[in-house]
Design a binder for this molecule. Structure first.
Ligand code: NAD
Length: 373
C-alpha cells in the first residue's frame, strides 16, 4: 500500500536539487532578486507542531531570506532539544502547549505557524492572536466555516495578520496558468477538473480520526481541488452537488470520508468536476478548458516539481521549494503589506470551508446547495 509519504516523496523527487538561483531570477519578490546579501526586514517565526510537515517547512525556511525560524512550540521535550540543536534555537524561544501564551512577552518572535492536526487550528490560532503574534495556519484553516470566522474575528480584534499555508498560491507553474487565463490565452474558460487522491496507509493515524481531522480525504486533499477550482477559474462557486462512496467502513469510520465526487457551478456559467479520495492512487491533476485552449497541471499539488502543458506545448517554469518561496512571500505580506496574486488570508481559507460544509450537506440531503461566499 502506498503511504502519503511515498506519494508525496515521488512527486518531490528533485525538490532537494532545487536551484534557489533559478527561482530568485524568475519568480521571486524583487527584494530577493538582488545578488548581494539581503539585509531587509525578516519575519521571525516559531513553528507549532514539529511533525512531518512542520519539519519540511523548517528545512525549507533555511533558504528563505525574509523569514527565519527562531522558535518552537511542542509537547515533546526531546523534539524541542533536537530542533534547538539543528536550528540553533535559544531556550527562551521554546514553549509547550500549556505555556505558549507567554509568547506575548517575547519580543523576538513575530509570528507563529500552526502545523498541528486540523481540529487544533482554531483554538491555537486564537491563542496566538491573543498573544499579539501574527498567525499562519495550515490547511484546512478550521473544521468548518464557523471556526474560520472565530479565527478571523480573533485576529482582527488583536490587530494581527492571519494567513493560511496555501503554498501553491506562490508556485510558478500554478501562477503561469493563472496568468494565461487572466491574459485571455485560453479564451473564455468554462470547465475545471480537479482530481486529488491517494491510498492512505496506517489506519491509526490522526488523519483517519474524525475528532482530530474533522473529516476524511476532503479535509486533507479534496480541499486542493476546491481551492484550485477557484484560483484556476478566477471566480467563486454559487452552487455545489456532492456524492460519497465508501468501500471500507472499517478503515473509514463514521464521519471520515473515503471518496467524494463533487461538482461546482460558477457565476460565469463555468462548471467544475472534482474528486477527493483516500482510496485511489495517482490522482493529482488539474485541467482547465477554454474556448481557445486548455492547460493541464499533473502533478498539480504535490511538493514538486509540478509539470504542465497547454494546447501549445509544455509549460516551462522554474522548479522551486514551495515552502521556501511561501515563507518569503508571507513575510512580505506580513511585514510590507504585499498583495499576493492569489490571496492567502483568513477570508480565502474560510471560503474553502464554506464549500466543504456545503459538500457534506449535499451528501447528507442529496440536494444541490447554494453557496454565498
Ligand atoms: P503530523 O502527524 O506529521 O504532525 C502533527 C504534529 O502535531 C505532530 O508533531 C504531533 O506531535 C503534533 N500534535 C500536537 N497535538 C497533537 C494531538 N492532540 N494529536 C496529535 N498530534 C498532535 O501531521 P502533518 O502532516 O505535519 O500535518 C499537520 C498539519 O499540516 C495538518 O493540518 C495538515 O493538513 C497540514 N499539512 C499541510 C501540507 C501542505 O502541503 N500545505 C502538507 C502536509 C500537512
Amino acid at each position: 500500500m502506498q503511504s502519503r509519504r511515498d506519494f508525496l516523496q515521488k512527486l518531490t523527487a528533485s525538490a532537494a536539487a532545487l536551484s534557489f538561483t533559478s527561482y530568485a531570477a524568475a519568480a521571486a519578490p524583487s527584494v530577493l532578486r538582488e545578488s548581494q546579501p539581503y539585509d531587509g526586514p525578516v519575519l521571525r517565526v516559531a513553528i507549532m507542531g514539529l511533525g512531518g510537515y512542520g519539519s519540511r517547512v523548517a528545512e525549507a525556511m533555511q533558504s528563505s531570506k525574509m523569514a527565519k525560524l527562531v522558535g518552537v512550540i511542542s509537547g515533546t521535550p526531546s523534539k524541542i532539544k533536537d530542533w534547538q540543536a539543528k536550528y540553533n534555537i535559544p531556550e527562551k524561544n521554546c514553549y509547550n502547549y500549556d505555556n505558549f501564551d507567554q509568547i506575548k512577552n517575547n519580543a523576538d518572535i513575530d509570528a507563529v505557524y500552526v502545523i498541528t492536526p486540523n481540529a487544533l487550528h482554531r483554538d491555537q490560532v486564537i491563542r496566538v492572536a491573543k498573544a499579539g503574534k501574527h498567525a499562519i495556519t495550515e490547511k484546512p484553516m478550521g473544521l468548518n466555516a464557523k471556526e474560520c470566522q472565530d479565527m478571523i474575528d480573533a485576529c482582527k480584534k488583536a490587530n494581527v495578520k492571519l494567513l493560511v499555508g496555501y503554498r501553491l498560491h506562490f508556485e510558478p507553474f500554478t501562477l503561469e496558468v493563472v496568468r494565461m487565463r487572466k491574459d485571455g490565452e485560453l479564451g473564455k474558460v468554462n470547465f475545471f477538473q480537479g482530481l486529488s487522491g491517494f491510498k492512505i496507509g496506517d489506519p491509526s493515524q490522526w488523519r483517519l480520526n474524525k475528532q482530530l481531522a474533522g473529516g476524511g480525504s476532503m479535509m486533507d486533499i479534496g480541499i486542493y481541488a476546491i481551492n484550485g477550482s477557484r484560483y484556476m477559474l478566477g471566480e467563486d462557486p454559487i452552487w455545489v452537488t456532492a456524492q460519497e462512496t465508501k468501500t471500507d467502513p472499517q478503515k473509514f469510520k463514521e464521519g471520515v470520508d473515503e471518496t467524494i465526487t463533487f461538482q461546482l457551478g460558477f457565476p460565469s456559467g463555468a462548471v467544475a468536476s472534482c474528486l477527493s479520495s483516500y482510496n485511489i492512487n495517482f490522482l493529482d491533476r488539474f485541467f482547465l478548458s477554454g474556448d481557445k485552449g486548455f492547460a493541464e497541471l499533473s502533478p498539480a499539488t504535490g511538493y514538486g516539481p509540478l509539470k504542465g502543458r497547454t494546447n501549445k506545448g509544455e509549460i516551462n517554469q522554474p522548479v522551486v521549494t514551495h515552502q521556501t518561496v511561501q515563507m518569503d512571500e508571507m513575510a512580505a505580506i506580513i511585514l510590507q503589506n504585499k498583495k499576493p496574486v492569489i490571496p492567502v488570508d483568513g477570508e480565502e481559507g474560510m471560503k474553502d470551508l464554506k464549500i466543504i460544509d456545503a459538500i457534506y450537506e449535499s451528501i447528507k440531503t442529496g440536494k444541490q446547495i447554494a453557496l454565498k461566499l
